[in-house]
Write a protein that binds this ligand. Structure first.
Ligand code: N01
Length: 865
């Protein structure tokens, strides 16, 4: 009935779409909508088109993506008709370009200028938006799009006394159209982000005195402005379409070479050469990708940071000023780096002075100047270059009310929540162009805007073609995307900085990472996939019903996905197609170049007696003074491959994190020595290690058994046997993605049979080489079938995308049912192998930290000396 009533109440809106904003995004969207046959109206607060480039008219304002790339690429004709004059165009030229675009496609006729959208509300009965403007008009539309920009709402200066100043006050982001003449004036600039760094050298050229009030020094490199870079121009001329396409599938929306070189391991001369050439290139996308790991590894980042500081010291003559201008409180790239023209040299001028607010903070602004903790400054003009309420300011700045009157501001009180940065549940047919959760500010805006506009226009056309009226993300899809956005940021250095990317510049703003750092390419692939999979994670409704393919578009940890992609590209043979000897050789080659894991106090090899000959072991000792608890560790490899050194990174990690001696023992492998040879060897190793704990530097009654995969199977098996035989006494068992049963019939086997390195086929191969079918159900092969009472406390680790996940969970549950204390660590987004990839899969680190802490909790506190 209700549905019927709703259907009857559905109304025809005045226009199909309302678009707010007439910058790059709004203009292109209006053009695309018209092309696709939709009616649309645009509203713009300013008196003309231009967006950012309308407002930010401060001296020195330029783009900082080369104009070869900071330009619309959707229409080759448009590109033929416009030629940029410089590598980085000035604000007036970019504004002229946008005016040219508006004229060329006759877009102004759809835009109402000098008009703000104050409120927009979704009418669920009528299935449309009502949009109220500052001009008193109410327009109804089926879809409401905010193309309001990411950096469009200036931040309040929040400085005591700001209203008292009687001189001239200017905001870089609201600069007077007629310009400002500072000749003969004493000028203060507050803020040294991109706007400050671009404007300071030019203000210094006019002002009689210039005082720069700096709270945080910023990394900046010279723009080397001039003609557009020949290499880019040549590439573009040679094949425009290919160039644009490569931008669309690049990381930052600008074509460029990705490197695999890591900062710390690159030889000094190569490092230097790469850094110098990035300096010479004067392009943000080059200096931010000198090393593959500079965004994730503090040591690699420091190499780039120190190189830039060295350049600052070389330019700025006063060492104290040079040091004050040298950023040391954030990693390079975690606050937006800048491009400048003569910024640092400006501080050599006699009439320019830097005030370091970290040493002497502003206490108040007075009627005639600025007081700091150390001094009073009399000035004629204050320029605020203090930034924006970024990413969400413009979106929540309009009173947008979705279903049941819930406002966007309420929904996003703890931080933005979006699906693909485009839409948010509870707000049907509401789109944000380059919204939070999309690459936006971390990319070339022109490319990201085109991608969003194309997606939205394509989506509206699809709805029309299917006779659907509304589209809205599901809660599941949105939560999944938010998690993915956070996962991508978590493996970088970004969350450590007080940046506007983190909302840290606006008091009280939720501290999350606002943009999507998975790359323009990765983002485009996800957005395309959503559409191709029948609008995965969206609910579509129309007069004749609804459609919903619910789901999450990216569930793997981002770095796990990268490793899997790289492996897929290598075209490796199916592992189960290789005879064991060849498989072992192959794995050795794969392991040869991997990082070894963290430093530990000592690594040494030894042998211990096994039932059929010596067994090699490798011992990892922490750097702290011993003795330590001992973890007897069994390596993974399906009882067929691997040895006492094959899990070295994981063993080092365990040793360093938990402050334990790890003894990794080899055992005999199938098919040469089949079941129960490995289990017998493991048992012999346990007894020997228990008997020799003191010699090994261990504490005798602090012994834990551990293992990964088949090695975890052996650990579980020897724990059961130790109970049967009355010792050795164990403090715990650490089972990492264990094999606990031979049935291979769980849901996780079906779901993850293919594609995650350990496949169902590989597991079958391992069982076949290890154990006769008749013996596989014995508890010494399938510990899940054993008696589980009176076993030592267990830590069971399972990975989401692992065929063995469910048998690990089953073991944890069965242990618990038998009264054994169990800690279950479920590694979200991980595969069977990814947790062992220390220093490669960075998202594994927090999981291993949790495992390390839980292991430590099984052991007595280390004795303090
Ligand atoms: O703003 P910002 P912006 N007391 O937030 C300081 C893009 N953009 O307008 O870092 C004293 O970066 C603040 O100090 P701190 C670009 O993406 C592009 O410069 O918070 N100081 C900081 O130094 C850029 O990142 C171009 O400690 C105060 C400065 O003000 C983004 O826009 C050009 C303060 C603000 O820097 C924003 O840049 C311009 C206070 N109360 C901008 N409050 C291009 O080239 C703030 N600060 C395309």
């Amino acid at each position: 009935m209700a549905e019927e009533a709703g259907r009857n109440a559905r109304q025809e809106p005045q226009v199909d779409v309302v678009v707010v904003g007439a910058g790059f995004a709004g203009l292109m969207l209006l053009h695309r909508l018209r092309e696709a046959g939709f009616s649309a109206r645009g509203f713009e607060q300013a008196s003309d088109v231009g967006g950012t480039w309308y407002w930010n008219r401060y001296p020195g304002a330029r783009c900082d993506i080369p104009t070869t790339d900071y330009t619309f690429g959707f229409d080759p004709e448009l590109e033929r008709e416009w030629t940029w004059s410089e590598k980085y165009a000035t604000q007036p030229e970019i504004l002229r370009y946008l005016q040219f675009v508006a004229d060329r496609y006759d877009l102004r006729r759809d835009i109402t200028f000098d008009t703000r959208v104050d409120r927009a509300e979704w009418d669920d009965a009528a299935q449309l938006w009502r949009v109220h403007t500052s001009g008193g008009e109410t327009v109804t539309c089926r879809s409401y799009v905010m193309a309001t920009g990411c950096l469009s709402v200036p931040k309040e200066p929040e400085i005591e006394g700001a209203g008292r100043f009687r001189g001239d006050v200017h905001l870089t982001s609201r600069w007077p159209h007629e310009g400002v003449d500072f000749t003969g004036k004493r000028v203060a600039v507050i803020g040294t982000g991109s706007s400050g760094i671009q404007s300071i050298p030019l203000i210094a050229q006019q002002a009689a005195e210039l005082t720069v009030f700096q709270r945080t020094p910023n990394f900046s490199i010279p723009a080397h402005n001039g003609p557009a870079p020949a290499a880019r121009v040549d590439q573009l001329r040679a094949d425009r379409d290919a160039y644009r396409e490569s931008a669309r599938w690049s990381r930052m929306g600008v074509p460029g070479e990705a490197t695999e070189l890591k900062g710390v391991t690159t030889p000094e001369d190569v490092r230097r050469q790469r850094l110098e050439s990035a300096w010479e290139a004067g392009e943000l996308q080059v200096i931010t990708s000198v090393f593959a790991d500079q965004g994730t590894d503090p040591a690699s980042n420091e190499i780039v940071a120190e190189f830039i500081r060295e350049k600052i010291r070389a330019v700025v003559t006063d060492p104290e000023t040079a040091e004050a201008l040298s950023p040391r409180d954030h990693y390079f790239g975690t606050k937006r780096p800048c491009l400048d023209t003569g910024y640092f040299a400006t501080f050599n001028l006699p009439h320019v002075r830097l005030v370091d607010l970290r040493k002497t903070p502003i206490t108040t602004i007075t009627e005639s100047g600025i007081d700091t903790a150390g001094e009073s400054f009399e000035v004629d003009a204050i320029v605020y270059a203090t930034g924006f309420d970024a990413m969400t300011g413009a979106l929540v700045g309009v009173d947008v009310a979705g279903r049941e009157g819930v406002s966007l501001q309420e929904k996003w009180a703890d931080g933005p929540s979006t699906y693909l940065g485009l839409m948010t549940a509870g707000f049907p047919n509401f789109f944000a162009i380059t919204g939070p959760g999309s690459p936006s500010v971390l990319s070339n805006m022109a490319v990201s805007i085109e991608q969003h506009v194309d997606w939205v226009a394509g989506c509206l056309a699809d709805l029309r073609a299917r006779g659907m009226t509304t589209i809205e993300p599901t809660a599941l899809a949105e939560e999944g995307w938010n998690r993915h956005v956070a996962d991508c940021a978590a493996i970088t250095l970004h969350p450590t900085a007080n940046s506007w990317y983190m909302g840290a510049n606006v008091p009280g703003k939720p501290r999350v990472f606002y943009p999507y750092i998975g790359g323009v390419d990765g983002y485009r692939a996800a957005a395309d996939e959503v559409r191709e999979r029948n609008y995965l994670g969206f609910r579509l409704t129309g007069p004749d019903g609804e459609q919903c393919t619910d789901g999450v578009v990216r569930r793997l940890q981002p770095d796990v996905a990268v490793v899997l992609e790289m492996m897929a590209q290598l075209g490796l043979p199916a592992l189960e197609s290789l005879p064991p000897a060849q498989l072992r050789e192959f794995m050795d080659t794969l392991n040869a170049d991997r990082p070894l894991g963290p430093e530990v106090g000592e690594v040494r090899d030894g042998v211990l007696p096994g039932p059929a000959g010596d067994l090699a072991y490798r011992l990892f000792r922490p750097a702290s003074p011993g003795p330590h608890p001992v973890v007897l560790y069994f390596h993974g490899g399906g009882w067929v491959i691997g040895d006492h050194g094959s899990d070295e990174p994981l063993c080092r990690d365990l040793c360093a994190r938990s402050d334990v001696v790890v003894v990794s023992v080899d055992y005999r492998h199938g098919p040469e020595a089949r079941y129960p040879a490995a289990a017998e060897d493991a048992w012999a190793a346990l007894r020997w290690v228990a008997d020799h704990a003191i010699e090994l530097g261990g504490i005798p009654d602090q012994l834990v058994v551990a293992g990964w995969s088949a090695g975890a199977n052996l650990a579980a098996v020897v724990a059961q046997r130790a109970r049967e035989e009355g010792g050795p006494a164990l403090r715990g068992q650490l089972l990492l993605t264990p094999v606990t049963d031979s049935a291979m019939a769980t849901d996780s086997f079906r779901e993850n049979a293919e594609g995650y390195v350990l496949t169902a086929g590989v597991m079958q191969y391992f069982w076949d080489h290890y154990c006769d079918p008749a013996a596989r159900t014995e508890p010494a092969a399938s510990p899940l079938r054993g008696r589980l009472h009176d076993l030592p406390p267990a830590i069971v680790v399972t990975a989401e995308f692992d065929p063995l996940r469910d048998e690990g969970i089953a073991y944890a549950e069965a242990l618990r049912a038998a009264g054994v204390p169990v800690e279950h660590v479920a590694a979200r987004g991980h595969t069977h192998t990814s947790l062992t990839m220390v220093d490669v899969v960075l998202s594994g680190a927090p999981v291993r930290a949790e495992i390390g802490a839980r292991l430590r909790a099984l052991l007595p506190e280390p004795a303090t000396v």
